[in-house]
Ligand binder design. Sequence first.
Ligand code: GRF
Length: 187
Amino acid sequence: MKNIAIFASGSGSNTETIARYFSDNSKINVGLILTNNPKAGVIDRAKRLQIPYVIFNREVFYKSDQVLKLLVDHNIDLVVLAGFLWLVPKNIILAFPDKIINIHPALLPKYGGKGMFGHHVHESVIAAGEKTSGITIHFVNEKYDDGQIILRKEVEIEESDDAESLASKIHLLEHENFPKVIESLLV
Ligand code: GRF
């Protein structure tokens, strides 16, 4: 069995989509959900999905090995960041070489980096008058949105799109592609 850990800071729709995609899979399992945000929607989803979850704070994440130990204790093979807003500390990066991936709701390297998350990304893309946006799935290193790209998928931006409608289109694209990429990295 290959085990996935998912880090999420918000609603967790990608987390739920990934968990459901693998729910009947005998070889791949979402074993742990982790969040830095005690109010994150992903917590209710974890409860509903009956997947163990852990809430941690900044001190624990950056100044101890507790989160790393959790990943090791749960035999995690792949770490997935799905709307996780904190940089991953060095101890975890070093312990999981090429085993941590992130999804970004734009076509990197454009519209990435610190502060480029959630609606900020889509508002910037719309304000710049871009004709396309999309998703980027990439390996994670110690910088925001910087690791090697695994997959990019484009979506067209219509005249009538605003940040909100673009976000919806991008979420659909994420849900369609993220589980498949995860699967391809684990088989
Ligand atoms: C996604 O758009 C993802 O690309 C970004 O944060 C959002 C998370 O959405 N990094 P959800 O919490 O999975 O619904």
